[in-house]
Design a protein. Sequence first.
Length: 542
Amino acid sequence: METLLVKNALFEADIDGLTSQADGVCRLEGRAVFVPRALPGERWRVRVVKVTKTAVWGRGEALLEPSPHRVGPACPAFGKCGGCACMHMDYEAELAFKLGRVNDALRRIGGLELQAERIIGAERTEGYRNKAIYNFAPGPVCGFYRPRSHEVIAAPRCLLQPEAFDRAAGALRDWMEKNDVPAYDEAAGTGLVRHLFLRRTSSDFAACIVSAGPVPEGAADALRAACPELTGVLLCVNAMPGNVVLDGPVRTLWGRPTVTETLCGASLELSPLTFFQVNTAQAERLYTLAGQYARPAGRTVLDLYCGAGSIGLAVARDAARLIGSDVVPSAVENARRNAEKNGVANAEYICGDAAEVAKKLADSGLRPDVIVTDPPRKGMDEAVLRAIAGMGPETLVYVSCDPATLARDLKRLAGMGYTAERCTAVDMFPRTAHVETVVQLSKGEIQSTKIRVDFSLEDMDMSGFQKGATYGEIKAYVKEHSGLTVSSLYIAQVKQKLGIIERENYNKPKSENAKQPQCPPEKEKAIVEALRYFRMIKENAK
């Protein structure tokens, strides 16, 4: 029997669904075929371009019957750039797609009967982003990556960004071309300028050039000339391979290194490494909803993955007590200053890995009434979930930017006694395939036996909360603040020198005659600064 499931085969089909990335789905010989930029309800002539054991990909050759929801994409880079996936559909269809994506994940991955009550649409679908990362490639070319590649697609005008972002990126590209400053070549590992990181608030505008090495003088002046509204220009020297953008020391070339924004009545200071929602208006709606789900009045709230404290300060302003944690040292510094700036005297912040912080707090007897968690796209691992369940909060509010990992974690939490009761989707990222979701969970009948324990973090061994106490956070802090890479051996040597007791045989040589390299003075100084920051030594320790 002849089959059409071969490369270059041509067939006609009706599109009956969308993938999580907004690609159309049709059927051929009982198998799903993915067709980019096709919409449900449409009929297409499709050419098969790739067949594997697990999937079939097609290319739409001719649109035979269009959907009433199809619109002409306003951006010439649509379909090439990896940013916008929904620019070919009207906003009504986009919201329906995203709500369906959340509910499909809850049912199919989470095995839950829970469905999102609604999706909160955005008032603006263009120019809404407060943060952008422009990528540079030899040419120089400035723009955004093609999907699943490091090829930079030129984007002189991105409709999701404010006009000033494109102006800044274009000015840096023109300055590079005029002064023969090479863009970084990912494949060869040569060149200088890699990215331009931009963040704008209602009052401030900061630009951070990310380069493999120091850039010649004049870059900051070129940016300021094109964007007089800038309040700070920074440089991050990132010579490390990989796709982490701000991976290296950051210094100020001109102006202020941080920006300030007001969210849900709280004034927030943000450093370059600090997480902050990219859509300020929708973040207001998201956090207001999270506060309604949390019901924090008079209760103890734990804010995991707190960033600069934005969600905690917005949700828990009338809480009896707020404890926040994050793995990024500069974010925790921001959170502490933000709590003080906003007169929130009942807030405490811990720097450390979420799993370690949650477990240590649980082991120490903390029983928060409410836990608010806003993890990265990968969700939470088993250790974090078990530590959360071990604390037995009455209410858990889970904010997620990925429906699949959210549904997976909700299923795990259900096995730990937590029931997902309410769910709302929020369109934080119009014209893209991404969607934000907030879920309210509650504890079962076991909660009635919960024992209250009052304690103070000041009375506890804070080093146990820090990922740095297990070396990882110390390494991250040293890397962020000095650009140096230190080993566990060097950290152990400095701790031993300062009288901090190590576990028996930890980082010791296997034989008495073995020689170990000694920590260089500049790295010892950086490690001491990290130990001081994590309160593992006193302020006046040398």
